[in-house]
Structures are given as C-alpha cells and as structure tokens.
Design a protein around this ligand. Structure first.
Ligand SMILES: Nc1ncnc2c1ncn2[C@@H]1O[C@H](COP(=O)(O)OP(=O)(O)OP(=O)(O)O)[C@@H](O)[C@H]1O
Ligand SMILES: [Mg+2]
Length: 359
C-alpha cells in the first residue's frame, strides 16, 4: 500500500480501468482511453466477462451520467451544477480519470484566480535573461490539456471573477489559446474538453455570464432521491474511507447510518419521513458529504476511545456540530426537533440521550 494520503482516481482504480480497457470493444472518441459505454460502467459499477468487479463510484441516475459522458464527446464543455456535497467534484475526478487517464489537470477556482492560472504564466528569471520564448512560458493545466487532448477540470467555476471566467470563451469556442507575446497559439488536440463544477448555494459566487453558459451543457446533480440511496452512499464511502485511513473499527451498522441519514433528511426537507410533522430547517446544507464526515468521525472515536463499535454516543457530537452552524437560530431548531421527534420515536432513546448530553 502506498503512503500517499489520497491517491488520484486513476491510480486508486488502475486495475478496474485496465480491466475495462481490456474488454472494451466499442468505438472510442479520439484520444479517449475508454468508450463512453465503458466509462459509464466505471462510474456506475458492474461486472466484466472475466468476473472482475467494477465498483460503483456514483450512486444515482445512470441517465444523468450518460448525458455527462456524451457531452464530453461533443464540442461542448460540461458543467456539473448543484448544491454542496452532491458529488460534483467526485464525478469530475472520475470522469477525467476514466476518459483521459489523468484527473490532475485541475484549476481551482477562487476569488483570486487570475487569467494566468487559466492561460499561461512566465518563468520570470528566464523571461528576463532570454526574453519571451516558448521555454519561458509556464503552461497552465488548461494549456497542457489542450496540447495532450485531455480533460481539464475547473473546480468552483463561479468563484472565479466574471472577467477572468470570460477567458474561457475563446478556448471553448475556438479551441485555441492565443499567445500574443510569441505571436503564436496553442491549438487544442482532439480529445480536449473542460469539466467545470459550481454550486449554487455558497456565498460569494459570481454569476456565470450568458456567453459562457451557452458553451456549457449543464448537468444538475441532485441530492439523493430516497433515503435508501443516501444510506448506500454513506455506507460505501465510510467503509472506503475507514479502510484508506486504517481506522481499526468494525464497519458501521446499517441501523446507525440509517438513523443519521434520517435525521439529516428530515431536517433538510423540513418534514418527518412519515410526512406527519412539519419541521424547521437549520441554516447549514446538511449534505450527504457531511453525513459521511459525521459517521467517519464517530468511527474514529469508537475505534480509539470506545469498543470499536459505532454507537449514538460516538456520533452525537459530530451530528450536533453539523446541524448547529448558527449558535442561536440553529440551536432552537435542533432542540425542537430533539424534543418533538427524536424523544418520541420508538427505539431512539439512546440517540436522544446521547444528543441531549452534548447539546
Ligand atoms: N450520489 C453520490 N454517489 C456517490 N458518492 C456521493 C454521492 N453524493 C455524495 N457523495 C460523496 O460525497 C462526498 C463529497 O462529494 P463532493 O466533494 O464531490 O461534493 P461537491 O458536490 O463537489 O460539493 P461542494 O459543492 O461542496 O464542492 C464524496 O466523497 C462523494 O463520494
Ligand atoms: Mg466540490
């Protein structure tokens, strides 16, 4: 096992990718490592003719993933859009790994992202000593993706200031990156495309200009439909994470995950699962990603300070931390939920007591 804390998808799932390639007899778009249909198998999971298991990376609608993959085979870029924690970054990484065999060509969008980060920069020592030359140019991930016919990922596109976002227009429509200083251009090789992610919930995001919007196909990733689906996601990710971090605990009981997911869903939706009681929602997003963190943290507590079995006592602190983001308003919402729903639910006495202790 490698010492790297988090492997890139193409490394971690190298055996699955190699096996998929082996059995892939469908046509591949230029420069693609796999056919679109094999990419879908990689994302959604399945079994190959020789029995190799392909693990599911994305849990949810296959059709959405088909739309995302087929978009990348056209000349339009892909925008994965949605509320926080709906696997936008996760899907983007796996798409790049499966299609280009490389998920590392990544531009992180921030309020400080400059045009150079998207286009190219200069090695100033070289620029001063030799003047502008190709060798003095510092390639951006975008430029490398264009040269190699790979996918470039842009994380949090809408955090990038609008005028800098517009740098992408030429790249996306003309498929070229002009370098006026050298009186030349970098033309994209077949296989190049862009996957961007953006969320519509966080503060401090910029509008996407309509000129740019037109150049993207938007796929909205939804929060999991059913609680069964959400439980499956949490269980799978927690087990994977626990293994990667070598946390010495038992895999969490489904029942414990079910209760945490139920609490998250009820508060998020503002109504109990049976539809009978209306609830107030706290200010946080209570995403699936946060449910995964609450369970992982609980497992670590159980492993190192308990008997290695996840119990309500281990998750209570994480749970309250995820729900109470605003110390005044959220606390009121949480207490109301605790007293009216958790306390009265049969079989939930232990959850009630554990949460009461830390609230
Ligand atoms: N439908 C899903 N299928 C598989 N994993 C999921 C799903 N939804 C959430 N996850 C898990 O949630 C975690 C967080 O996802 P990710 O970081 O990609 O979210 P995001 O949409 O990029 O959020 P943000 O807007 O905060 O950047 C990942 O570990 C991912 O595995
Ligand atoms: Mg993200």
């Amino acid at each position: 096992m490698s010492d790297v804390l988090r492997q890139h998808a193409e490394k971690q799932f190298a055996h699955e990718l190699a096996a998929l390639k082996n059995f892939d007899d469908r046509p591949k778009p230029p420069s693609w490592q796999l056919s679109p249909s094999a990419v879908i198998t990689y994302l959604m999971g399945g079994q190959l003719p020789d029995g190799t298991e392909i693990s599911a990376k994305y849990v949810g609608s296959r059709r959405l993933m088909e739309i995302a993959v087929s978009t990348l085979a056209t000349d339009r870029a892909l925008l994965l859009y949605g509320v926080p924690g709906t696997a936008k970054s996760w899907v983007s990484e796996h798409l790049a790994a499966a299609i280009s065999g490389d998920s590392t060509l990544l531009i992180q969008g921030t309020a400080g992202t400059s045009e150079e980060a998207i286009r190219y920069g200069w090695n100033y020592a070289r620029l001063l000593s030799e003047g502008p030359s190709r060798a003095a140019l510092v390639d951006s991930p975008m430029m490398r993706a264009m040269q190699d016919g790979k996918l470039c990922r842009i994380e949090e596109l809408t955090r990038i200031p609008s005028d800098v976002q517009d740098t992408l227009i030429t790249v996306l429509s003309e498929k070229t990156l002009p370098v006026p200083e050298l009186n030349t251009e970098i033309q994209a090789v077949k296989g190049f495309n862009v996957i961007a992610t953006a969320n519509n919930r966080d503060k401090g995001v910029n509008e996407l200009s309509s000129a740019l919007k037109r150049r993207f196909n938007t796929v909205i990733l939804p929060v999991p439909d059913s609680s069964e689906e959400e439980i499956q996601i949490v269980q799978k990710r927690v087990t994977d994470l626990g293994r990667a971090l070598e946390i010495p605990s038992e895999p969490p009981a489904l029942e414990e995950i079910r209760r945490i997911v139920t609490i998250f869903r009820e508060l998020r939706n503002g109504v109990t699962e049976d539809g009978k009681t209306k609830l107030k929602s706290p200010s946080g997003t209570l995403s699936t990603a946060e449910a995964i963190s609450v369970v992982s943290q609980g497992l670590s507590l159980a492993a190192h300070f308990g008997d290695a079995v996840l119990r309500p006592h281990d998750v209570a602190a994480g749970l309250v931390g995820a729900i109470v983001k605003d110390p005044v308003q959220d606390r009121v919402v949480w207490h109301e939920y605790l007293e009216t729903v958790v306390k009265e639910r049969s079989g939930w006495k232990d959850v009630y007591r554990a949460c009461k202790e830390v609230s």
